[in-house]
Design a protein around this ligand. Structure first.
Ligand code: ADP
Length: 221
């Protein structure tokens, strides 16, 4: 499905979104105040325009108000990021994704109508920290301030045991929502399913419970 996106601010974050969306065949309007940045993206996206996103009339001239999903990657200039987000929210854009610089910025963005606030450096830092704690942690996704999903490779402590024997829900309060075995994905694994080497478990839970699960079952001694 072809959808329309606008990406405002073509730094590392916005730039990489532009590249990926374009690679996937999406039509992207890329906007930056900096001419050099815009030139860099001229041959990558559908349209690349030099403009100050804090200027409401300019955004309207560019038709940003008619785009379904707008991504704001304005970095250090928090004031410009906030002003742009307020205007997008006033336009009634269906989905506004904004990159936050810190927690304070994130709180403001949520209050003024951003639907999705991302924090790439912090999120990547958390992911890497977990993969440093254990090689078995393959991925980590934050669902809310208190809940996450882990993708975990079967540890030595799990291999050869059934889900019933491991009692992950009873002992740690987390739920195994799926198990990948080779190319197969079992989306509602039964209690008698035995974990084999190289299986990958997808587990959901509160951060507190996942942390206990990680310490006791995922980290091999
Ligand atoms: P990152 O950390 O993702 O690399 P940067 O802060 O380096 O982010 O990049 C942000 C981009 O946003 C820069 O290319 C900058 O020129 C652009 N930018 C800043 N203010 C505005 C604005 N008012 N309108 C449009 N683009 C802007």
């Amino acid at each position: 499905m072809k959808r329309d996106f606008a990406v405002i601010g073509l730094g590392r974050f916005g730039g990489s979104i532009c590249r990926e969306l374009s690679l996937e065949g999406m039509s992207v309007l890329a906007i930056d105040i900096n001419e050099t940045k815009v030139n860099e993206f001229k041959n990558i996206v559908t349209h690349a325009v030099i403009a100050d996103a804090t200027d409401e009339a300019t955004l309207k001239d560019l038709g940003v108000n008619n785009i379904d999903h707008v991504i704001v990657g304005i970095g250090d200039n928090i004031q410009a990021s906030i002003l742009t987000t307020v205007m997008l929210s006033d336009f009634g854009i269906k989905k506004i994704t904004v990159k936050a610089q810190d927690d304070y910025h994130e709180r403001i963005l949520k209050k003024i109508g951003a639907h999705q606030v991302v924090h790439p450096e912090r999120d990547m830092g958390k992911r890497i920290a977990h993969s440093i704690i254990s090689n078995n942690i393959l991925d980590y996704l934050e669902l809310s301030d208190e809940h996450s999903i882990f993708e975990v490779k079967a540890s030595q402590k799990m291999i050869g045991k059934t889900l019933e024997q491991l009692a992950i829900r009873a002992k740690y309060g987390c739920n195994v929502v799926a198990i990948k075995q080779g190319d197969e994905i079992n989306v509602s694994p039964g209690a008698q399913l035995k974990i084999a080497a190289n299986d990958i478990l997808i587990i959901i839970g509160s951060d507190k419970d996942l942390s206990r699960f990680e310490k006791h079952l995922v980290v091999d001694d």
